[in-house]
Design a protein around this ligand. Structure first.
Ligand code: AMP
Ligand code: ZN
Length: 136
């Protein structure tokens, strides 16, 4: 728990939110600045920063809820699919430092360009060298 964390306040009910799903470990609520109708954030109730410092149980519970939320959005809103996004770290555009996974419903011909960096900057890189660094 973190006293001045916005998402901890939502978990404690001190800040209002449009809840989509809740269980003993997780809450999911509508993103206040949605990219598409039904854009939802799935958040563990226990404060951890992101996937890098979360324990395996928390990660499992969050992603089980991600699947449930995706199915709810598809059934109730007529979405045809979802993008699932997690930003870990400020360099990766994480702004709220409480673990959350974005579930972004996608609709037929929604013409959404998901994120401007995705496939926007493909480089010729030495894959063998990068693989050597990762596996050495
Ligand atoms: P990120 O860049 O992954 O940290 O995304 C943080 C997300 O939290 C953004 O999409 C914001 O629109 C969303 N957000 C910030 N404050 C609230 C809030 N009070 N209720 C719902 N969503 C929020
Ligand atoms: Zn928090």
């Amino acid at each position: 728990m973190s006293t001045d964390c916005i998402f901890c306040k939502i978990v404690r009910g001190e800040l209002s939110s449009y809840k989509v799903y809740e269980d003993d470990a997780v809450v999911a609520f509508l993103d206040i600045n949605p990219i598409s109708p039904g854009h939802t954030l799935v958040v563990p109730k226990r404060h951890v920063e992101n996937i890098l410092d979360a324990d395996a149980e928390t990660i499992a519970r969050v992603f089980q809820a991600v699947q449930k939320v995706a199915k709810i959005l598809i059934e109730k809103l007529g979405a045809k699919g979802v993008n699932v996004l997690h930003n870990a770290g400020r360099e990766a555009n994480q702004e709220i430092m409480h673990f959350h996974v974005h579930v972004i419903p996608r609709y037929s011909r929604d013409d959404l360009k998901f994120v401007d960096w995705w496939r926007s900057n493909i480089k010729k890189l030495d894959l063998a060298e990068i693989h050597r660094r990762i596996t050495s």
